[in-house]
Design a protein around this ligand. Structure first.
Ligand code: DGL
Length: 278
């Protein structure tokens, strides 16, 4: 297969991009669909294959070793489907497993933390709040990535684990979500943050509720948007430019539940959906 050697600084340096094949996107469940949607928006002709590890969600409360094992299994399954690039559409998996994935895979692997950190630094005047899963917060993934870019940035990371089941249940716009958001976000507002990073790909599903609680003065960084731009720039000219692409969806469990929630979120019928074992 012909290879395009174009690389970007956030890619694994030894990788090369195959000239065709879908872009693989994976997450523990439906959260990575926020990244999928943005990639499909900026690269409307590029086929995508999405894998949601619904059998093992959540990743956020599991150890880095377990999340790394799950991530390698997901990546290997997607490789068998001929993907040309892997997008780790999960902050927890990015925090735990990105270096291992980048070392072991010959194709480019993009995580969501670095693009999110870059956007936060570009938007913030100095005090950045990050909400993420327990695993991402424990790893201090955003604090490290932001401080690499801006050593004097103030970063306050806080876990918001209940946002994951609220998103998975389709409860993003309920009064329950609003009350949970108030409990998680008020300490960050009181600490005077000017920017809030949604450091879990499930959280943009609750963006409306989160925005209502933090108000207009806090800028929101959604790593889904910035990651999609990173994918676009890494693919460059090699992005597929053909007819309307066929996107595929793979899940490890709860097929009909995924079909319903993904359909509502993407506002389209989920047709090519398959149950897989990793
Ligand atoms: N969506 C994932 C993330 O970005 C993980 C949610 C979970 O499985 O706990 O961190």
């Amino acid at each position: 297969m012909a290879a395009d050697r174009r690389q970007s600084s956030i890619l694994n340096p030894q990788s090369s991009i195959p000239s065709d094949g879908p872009v693989g996107v994976f997450d523990s469940g439906v959260g990575g669909l926020t990244v999928f949607r943005e990639i499909a928006r900026v690269l409307p002709n590029q086929p995508l294959v999405y894998l949601g590890d619904c059998a093992r969600v959540p990743y956020g409360t599991k150890s880095p070793e377990t999340v790394t094992r799950y991530s390698l299994e997901a990546a290997n399954h997607l490789l068998e489907r001929g993907i040309r690039m892997l997008v780790v559409a999960c902050n927890t998996a990015t925090s735990a497993a990105l270096p291992t994935l980048q070392e072991q895979l010959r194709i480019p692997v993009i995580g969501v933390v670095e693009p999110g950190a870059q956007a936060a630094v570009a938007k913030s005047a100095g005090r950045i709040g990050v909400i993420a899963t327990e695993g991402t917060v424990k790893a201090q993934a955003y604090t490290k990535a932001i401080r690499r870019l801006k050593p004097d940035a103030e970063v306050i990371e806080s876990a918001a684990p209940l946002f994951v089941p609220l998103a998975e249940e389709g409860w993003a716009n309920t009064h329950v979500a609003r009350e949970v958001a108030e409990v998680y976000l008020e300490p960050l507002i009181d600490a005077g943050i000017d920017t809030l990073v949604l450091g879990c790909t499930h959280y943009p599903i609750l963006r409306g509720t989160i925005e209502q609680v933090v108000g207009d003065s806090v800028r929101i960084v959604d790593s889904a948007e910035t990651t999609a731009l990173a994918v676009q720039s890494a693919l460059g000219e090699s992005a597929t430019n053909g007819a309307e692409p066929l996107h595929q969806f793979l899940v490890t469990d709860a097929t009909e539940r995924f079909r319903r929630i993904a359909g509502d979120f993407l506002e389209q019928e989920i047709r090519h959906l398959e149950l897989v074992a990793l």
